[in-house]
Every structure is written in structure tokens, then in C-alpha cells.
Design a protein around this ligand. Structure first.
Ligand SMILES: [Zn+2]
Length: 144
């Protein structure tokens, strides 16, 4: 039975319960519709999403670079485009698995900013100093 407002009598004292019950009853349908709407929106706004994602990543990288002093700790080079986060004692994870394991790139920046990893394990090096260190420490596979 429904009242003049259209809300069932049994929910008269708790209109929120009507919404909860309606949601529970139609949950699967709503979730499926939401997935379709989301996929459609993502397809239509792919450039916006990419731009937004790049901006977030760039901002996170800038925060990490600032956290480590903003310059190469060996030579003082400070152009962010060539600064790299170096595992001081080498990474415990093989190169191929680093991104997936959160030991490189975006995931590593996030873990550092969220305090989920020991910040003392890393240092900021410019690309030249990093590659020189890798060669001298034997961190790279190829021997030159
Ligand atoms: Zn350097």
C-alpha cells in the first residue's frame, strides 16, 4: 500500500529505509548500469583522464623530488627531468618486476609519500650519477 506521496506505508516512519530497501532490491541492476555509464564516460573523456592522470603523477614525482632535496645528492644537478630515485643498496627486486612490486615509478612515489616504505633506502641522483653508480656497484647486468 502506498501513501499519497508514493512512499510505502511500511516505511512511513523511516523514509531512508525505503531508499535502502530500494537500493538492495535493485543493487545489481544499478551497479551494472553504473559500469556501463562509467565505461562510456571514460571512452568519451579519454584525453581528459590521461591529462589528469599525468598531472597527478607529475605532482607526486615533484613532491618526492622535493622530499629528497630537489637535486642530485652527488653533483647537485637539479633539472627534475633527469632526476631519478636510486635504491642506495640496490633494489631487492629484479628490474623486470620492480614496477609491479612497487619498487619503481608511480607506485614507489606513492609508497614513499604515504610513509609505507623506509625513505632512507633511497636517494636522489641525476641520470648520469645513477648510471655511473650502477656500473661501479655492478648493479647492471651488462659488464662494460
Ligand atoms: Zn648527479
Amino acid at each position: 500500500m502506498r501513501t499519497e506521496t508514493g512512499i510505502a506505508v511500511r516505511y512511513k516512519d523511516d523514509p531512508q529505509a525505503y531508499m535502502r530497501a530500494y537500493y538492495e532490491k535493485t543493487r545489481e541492476k544499478q551497479l551494472a548500469a553504473g559500469k556501463i555509464r562509467g565505461a562510456k564516460w571514460r571512452a568519451e573523456n579519454i584525453d581528459y583522464k590521461r591529462e589528469k592522470s599525468r598531472a597527478v603523477c607529475a605532482s607526486r614525482k615533484a613532491s618526492v623530488i622535493n622530499l629528497y632535496g630537489g637535486m642530485c645528492c652527488k653533483c647537485g644537478y637539479s633539472d627534475a627531468r633527469a632526476l631519478q630515485l636510486d635504491h642506495i643498496n640496490g633494489s631487492p627486486v629484479p628490474n623486470a618486476d620492480r614496477t609491479r612490486a612497487g619498487e619503481a615509478g608511480e607506485k614507489l612515489y606513492r609508497r614513499i609519500l604515504d610513509g609505507l616504505t623506509d625513505r632512507g633506502l633511497y636517494q636522489l641522483l641525476c641520470a648520469n650519477c645513477n648510471w655511473i653508480k650502477r656500473a661501479e656497484a655492478g648493479e647492471c647486468r651488462r659488464k662494460t
